[in-house]
Design a protein. Structure first.
Length: 305
């Protein structure tokens, strides 16, 4: 039991297996309530039942949604609001954008977006903005987006951000992981230093998961099996991510990129403020939303007086 997060409520995407399920397990062990998100109804039901065996009194709910579709992300946000309201809760203490995918071949979502870009970047961007009012209603709230050290070698191709003309699965993945850190950088800038909401990008390390086995060629699956053999367990990786939610002293740091519960220097491209702003504007267009900064909100309030 952790007094800091006991009784608090968190949303975790990709929470039916791997790192996401391990994060949900750790949160429940520490006394938190969890709303998990997964793609399969059967796996959501299994994960929910599993978490209830850890703590029979824990408030655990799972919602099934396809995060490659913005329509589903918006529906998911509405369902989260309904679940909270049904429990008499009108705030959210944290959001863990953990869901991610890798596709060797170019696959477009039903809405026409490259799948990795849709799931790994646009979904966290849209879901966070949809849930931001609930996060702001909490005394202190955290947004943790799971990135990767793959971002170190990435460069965003502004002329072909989804690599539609010259697709490469690994390069597409690297771009989304860089986008995760840039999103975190810009979210914190827009929220302002006085905000009760703080965002972090988490490096999970090399983890023994199946992400490299889905939607890939036989040679890629073979390489991933060899590579992941030297990785850590999802449980070990999850503990470092949960520390960002459960350790009060983290709030004193301005670091945006963390690994194993400790600050880590991100790549130079991930600290490009102009690129972060440009990516935010592009993401707004792709998601058909318009956001404002905390300062813009304050200016509007002053103008109305």
């Amino acid at each position: 039991m952790n007094e800091y997060i006991s009784g608090k409520i968190y949303v975790v995407t990709g929470a039916t297996s791997g790192i996401g399920l391990a994060i949900a397990e750790e949160l429940v062990r520490q006394g938190a309530s969890v709303i998990g998100v997964g793609r399969s109804k059967e796996r959501c039901s299994t994960a929910e039942e599993h978490l209830r065996t850890i703590d029979t009194e824990a408030r655990v709910n799972y919602i099934c949604a396809d995060l490659s579709l913005q329509s589903q992300v918006r529906w998911l946000a509405s369902q989260i609001r309904e679940v909270l309201a049904s429990q008499g809760i009108f705030h959210l203490d944290g959001l863990v954008n953990n869901a991610g995918t890798f596709t060797y071949w170019q696959i477009l979502s039903l809405e026409g977006f490259e799948t990795q870009w849709a799931v790994n970047h646009l979904a966290p961007f849209l879901l966070t903005n949809e849930l931001l009012p609930l996060l702001k209603a909490s005394p202190t709230a955290k947004v943790v987006t799971v990135s990767s050290d793959s971002h170190y070698s990435a460069r965003l191709d502004w002329n072909d951000i989804q690599l539609r003309r010259h697709y490469n699965g690994l390069r597409a993945y690297e771009q989304t992981k860089l986008a995760n850190v840039l999103f975190t950088l810009e979210l914190n800038r827009r929220l302002g230093e006085d905000s009760s909401v703080r965002a972090y990008a988490a490096d999970p390390g090399l983890v023994k998961t199946d992400i490299g086995l889905k939607g890939t060629s036989a040679p890629v699956r073979w390489i991933w099996k060899l590579r992941r053999a030297g990785g850590v367990s999802p449980e070990k990786s999850a503990r470092g991510i949960v520390l960002l939610l459960s350790e009060p002293t983290v709030e004193d740091s301005k670091a945006i990129y963390w690994k194993d519960g400790k600050p880590k220097q991100p790549g130079a491209q991930a600290l490009d403020v102009r690129a972060a702003g440009r990516l935010w504007a592009l993401s707004e267009q792709m998601c058909r939303i318009q956001t404002v900064t905390e300062q813009e909100t304050k200016d509007e309030q002053l103008a109305s007086l």
